[in-house]
Design a protein around this ligand. Structure first.
Ligand SMILES: Cc1ncc(COP(=O)(O)O)c(C=O)c1O
Ligand SMILES: N[C@@H](CCOP(=O)(O)O)C(=O)O
Length: 465
């Protein structure tokens, strides 16, 4: 399997190189050259298997032997042994035809653990085989950072620097990043919003001198390895509801478009998905783009679902690339218009193609709170505010013949204030995190300035020599 850049001007890479590279050298994102195909018979053969078995079958075609099968299988087993539920990602029924897929049983209580636990093991393995080190730089609106720090803490071959928007993550999220105490971890509070953090990370990747000097690598969903690992739970949950004989729909709380893009990948691989619903909060750039074809940035609004407070939705580029018939020239034109004027128009044919498979829905803060309250009162099930946006969006699309699965992307205890104010219930952190709010915090506060952040990283990264 080879990986190509959406912008068409970077070298084609094998799996291991794509894994370590993160953002392509032309500023694009790596995608598989073609989609592995699972026939109905192949999908039926996965029935009744464990999460780990299905993960191996679904992901092996992407890894394509670049990591030996035995090693890869061991990494899958180790990664999902860190989850506190035997099913890894259990499916819970919340209504006649509605389900919630709990993706938050990993060490940091967010869906990011599903990919990050595997990614860290794969990167470590490839770096060790090559005798290399890497400097990992990541941007977070709250959850990626904690999950990455947990997965990479004290790994000898990597130093990790996480940029988070100062004052715009929940106290639990901040502490998950600032209290690790690991010698290879630096949490950096940036005076700005998530998009500022993500722009800094992309600018570091585009600064080729800096990139090569520190051996830069990324663990945001710009890294194909992140998306890949998230494909698995679309298969496991659809299988438990009768796939491939029965189609299912998914409602996905969306920010950077990584999680829902993994659902799109599953669809391309042959999983019978009816619709993928892009659920947004007040930061509804994607819902607007689907409605009128204009991808148009506005100021980011801080909400009770902070991890979705995003305007530049990186992985939308991967979807556009396919919608444009994999035409890199058209894609580059859109991306350059986005960076020059903050907007671009999706041409009619591409938009029509996207609308065949995707729907969108938006929950403002009042609607998200009302959803937490009503679901709790009707079923006793407590949603976090991100999942509540997903459930709200799903409600307008439920159809009796297609079961609706909302991805539960975080545990409610990560956002206790919003959950309590909506439902009256104070969600408790699990026992292994019960001392989190008393641990010592260590972090640096930096201005959103490329030179300042690069200088800090170069001073502290072992790979910089
Ligand atoms: C809890 C939660 N829900 C939803 C999202 C949005 O996911 P994505 O960025 O993959 O669209 C995030 C952040 O990524 C998150 O942390
Ligand atoms: N919501 C994310 C934002 C970064 O997304 P990623 O999936 O690209 O890492 C977060 O919680 O940090």
């Amino acid at each position: 399997m080879q990986y190509i850049s959406t912008r068409g001007e970077a070298p084609t890479l094998g799996f291991n190189d794509a894994l370590l590279t993160g953002l392509a050298r032309d500023g694009g994102l790596y995608v598989p050259e073609n989609w592995p195909h699972f026939s109905k018979k192949d999908i039926r053969a996965l029935r009744g298997k464990s999460y780990q078995d299905i993960a191996f079958s679904v992901l092996q075609p992407f890894v394509d032997g670049e990591i030996a099968n035995d090693d890869f299988r061991r990494m899958i087993d180790e990664a999902y042994a860190t989850f506190r539920h035997p099913a890894v990602v259990p499916l819970v029924q919340t209504g006649a035809n509605s389900f919630v897929l709990e993706l938050f049983h990993g060490p940091t209580l967010a869906f990011k653990d599903v990919a990050m636990q595997l990614l860290a093991r794969m990167m470590d393995h490839v770096l060790a085989e090559r005798g290399q080190r890497a400097t990992i730089v990541g941007a977070t609106s709250g959850d990626t950072g904690g999950a990455a720090i947990e997965a990479f803490a004290e790994r000898d071959r990597t130093d990790i620097f996480i940029l988070f928007p100062n004052g715009r993550v929940s106290p639990v999220q901040r502490r998950q990043m600032t209290t690790s105490g690991a010698s290879n971890v630096r949490a950096l509070a940036i005076d700005g919003n998530f998009d500022d953090c993500q722009n800094l990370v992309k600018a570091m990747f585009n600064d080729i001198g800096f990139r090569d000097r520190v051996q830069l690598s990324g663990v945001n969903s710009i890294n194909w390895g992140r998306i890949m690992a998230q494909i698995v739970y679309y298969f496991t949950s659809a299988l438990s509801l009768g796939a491939p004989e029965r189609r299912v729909s998914f409602s996905v709380p969306t920010g950077n478009f990584g999680d829902i893009f993994a659902g799109y990948c599953a669809m391309r691989m042959g999983l019978p998905i009816d619709k993928l619903i892009i659920a947004t909060n007040d930061n509804d750039i994607l819902a607007r783009a689907l409605r009128n074809g204009r991808y148009e940035m506005r100021d980011v609004v801080a909400t009770t679902s902070p991890s979705m407070d995003i305007q530049i939705s990186s992985n939308f580029e991967r979807l556009l690339f396919d919608a444009f018939g994999r035409d890199s020239d058209s894609l580059r034109r859109c991306m350059s218009s986005l960076s020059q004027s903050g907007s671009f128009t999706i041409e009619e044919r591409a938009l029509k193609g996207i609308k065949k498979e995707f729907r969108s829905g938006k929950a403002n803060q009042k609607q998200a709170a009302a959803t937490i309250k009503s679901v709790y009162e009707e079923t006793g099930y407590l949603l976090d505010p991100h999942t509540a946006c997903g459930v709200h969006a799903s409600r307008s699309f439920e159809r009796p013949r297609a079961p609706m699965i909302t991805l539960a992307t975080a545990h409610p205890a990560k956002f206790p204030d919003a959950v309590k104010s909506a439902s009256g219930i104070d969600p408790a952190l699990p026992s292994w995190l019960s001392d989190l709010m008393h641990r010592e915090e260590i972090y640096e506060t930096l201005q959103p300035d490329l030179d300042t952040v690069e200088a800090y990283i170069a001073r502290n990264a072992r790979a910089a020599g």
